[in-house]
Design a protein around this ligand. Structure first.
Ligand SMILES: *[C@@H]1O[C@H](CO)[C@@H](O)[C@H](O)[C@H]1NC(C)=O
Ligand SMILES: *[C@@H]1O[C@H](CO)[C@@H](O)[C@H](O)[C@H]1NC(C)=O
Ligand SMILES: [Zn+2]
Length: 493
């Protein structure tokens, strides 16, 4: 018979299993070629969610993810999230969302890692130095569409789990996966799916982790905020067909001239948004924030060099970071219906549609922004006394997201970075939009952390997208360490 004291000591030893980080990290190092090959296989699938002709590739991509997670022993589901309406009344199935579960021990925390495996379009002719769908390593960088956004981070999560499994070490927390395939076109169907599974899949999730962004410098970072986005179409319609500018120029009031005129009233050359009410809604910059920005590692010259410009809108770090992260801006993206081919064409386009967007920050409200923009453009247009017709529509209205950096989840993130990189992370925001963060926050009420592993110069959505081998491999270790740190957070009872 065992003495009660001895029994409890044994129990203590078995439950307080020490974290064998060195072994786990060594395993990752010695398997990095396999991880690069796995990324090569994933990058080779042209999972461009914006191109309906690529939909079969996208379905295949989701199947590959599901099969991988299943082989690892996860409880996997492929969840249907509806259909896309095509012009002409046909429909096309959205790629299924993959969910997976590893462990369901109620004595452990449960984390859910979110990622996406669809990509932005890419063609060699766009100016890529290498085939965007053939992963190519040059000087320690792995070039390929979707390498950093978001295939390597999803694989890094998978490899983190596999490493624990391979070494027969119990996962310190239960891990769930939510992997989607429509992120690049607005996560179609995902909000409804999250809402539908709020009381099932998400009911026992404590923390949600998103690794769909990058660092701001060579220093690892934790991300605590993202901007939202309101995307607008402004259509000006005039004559019933395109006209010859030699024959009709000078007598017809041209839709394009009207459109350019009103577009030019959105923002001043110095970056001041001219739409009434927009700037007034923005949360003021606190002293604390100013101090935090001041301490962030950010090389302005390298930043300029990297994007190939000689001058930026602001020339001090705090202003730059603040306008990247916590102030709104207007970007004009294109004009549909305008002549844009090389060569000359003397045409007066009959109908032109401008595409522009306004990045959203706390405390802006997309519904209000829609009204402010629509009212303003109509008032500016009215002053032109043009007979043409203006129509303004808002096609995307994604809210910003902001987290509490004092939360234990962020403390866990800081400790994990310290463990792997032996340095404290920068706390940063993301200028881009990750709408699912806001949905998770609103629908599930769970705490969310963004734990990026991508580099600051990965060129997401751009030509020559890459992730460095270093970020990919050390990022895998970061996830391994993070899971352990999360397991140390006190259980609330
Ligand atoms: C927990 O997981 C085990 C093994 O996968 C499974 O048999 C069991 O039904 C699960 N329990 C719950 C409550 O989901
Ligand atoms: C990828 O690129 C390598 C190196 O240029 C080449 O040998 C290989 O055939 C390419 N693979 C595919 C599938 O195009
Ligand atoms: Zn992404």
């Amino acid at each position: 018979m065992m003495f009660p004291a001895l029994a409890s000591i044994l129990l203590l030893i078995s439950s307080a299993r020490s974290f064998q980080y060195t072994e786990l990290a060594q395993y990752v190092d010695s398997h990095q070629e396999e991880y690069v090959e796995a990324l090569r296989d994933w990058v080779a699938i042209e999972s461009d969610s914006s191109d309906i002709l690529r939909r079969p590739d996208l379905h295949r991509m989701m199947d590959v993810v599901a099969q991988k997670l299943q082989l690892m022993g996860g409880t996997v589901q492929l969840v249907q999230v509806g259909e896309q309406e095509l012009p002409g009344g046909q429909t096309l199935e959205f790629p299924k969302v993959v969910t997976a579960e590893f462990g369901n021990d109620t004595n452990k925390h449960t984390v859910c890692a979110y990622g996406h495996v669809d990509v932005q379009p890419a063609k060699l002719e766009d100016g890529w130095a290498t085939d965007p769908y053939n992963l190519t390593e040059i000087n320690g960088n792995l070039y390929g569409r979707g390498a950093s956004d978001n295939k390597a981070p999803v694989l890094a999560w998978i490899h983190a789990i596999e490493t624990y499994q391979a070494l027969n070490m119990e996962l310190p927390v239960n891990v769930k996966f939510l992997i989607e395939g429509m992120e690049e076109t607005g996560s179609n169907g995902l909000d409804a799916m999250i809402l539908a599974q709020r009381d099932t899949f998400f009911s026992d999730v404590d923390y949600i982790i998103i690794s769909d962004c990058g660092w701001r410098s060579r220093r690892p970072a934790l991300t605590y905020g993202t901007r939202g986005n309101c995307y607008f179409f402004a259509e000006v319609e005039g004559p019933k067909q395109d006209l010859h500018s030699g024959v009709y120029g000078g007598v017809v009031i041209e839709p394009m001239t009207d459109l350019i005129g009103i577009l030019d009233t959105l923002i001043s050359p110095s970056g001041k948004i001219l739409i009434p009410g927009i700037r007034e809604a923005v949360a003021p910059l606190s002293d604390e924030e100013w101090k935090m920005y001041q301490d962030i590692e950010f090389d302005m010259n390298y930043y300029k060099e990297n994007i190939g410009v000689s001058q930026l809108m602001y020339n001090n770090k705090v202003d730059l970071l603040a306008h990247m992260w916590r102030y709104p801006t207007v970007s004009i993206h294109g004009i549909q219906g305008a002549f844009s081919a090389s060569g000359t064409k003397t045409v007066i386009p009959a109908k032109v549609t401008a595409k522009f967007s306004i990045r959203q920050v706390p405390n802006m409200d997309p519904a209000l922004v829609k009204k402010q923009v629509t009212d303003y453009l109509h008032s500016v247009f009215a002053k032109r006394k043009s007979p043409n017709k203006l129509e303004v529509t808002m096609v995307i209205g994604a809210k910003p997201w902001l987290a509490d950096t004092q939360h234990p989840l962020y403390e866990a993130g800081k400790a994990a970075v310290k463990k792997v990189f032996n340095i404290d992370p920068d706390l940063i925001r993301e200028g881009g939009t990750i709408p699912v963060a806001k949905t998770f926050q609103d629908v599930t009420g769970k705490s969310i952390i963004m734990l990026p592993i991508g580099g600051f110069d990965d060129g997401l959505h751009s030509q020559n997208e890459k992730i460095s081998r270093y970020n990919y491999i050390e990022g895998t270790k970061l996830f391994i360490a993070f899971l352990n740190e999360v397991s140390q957070i006190k259980m609330s009872v």
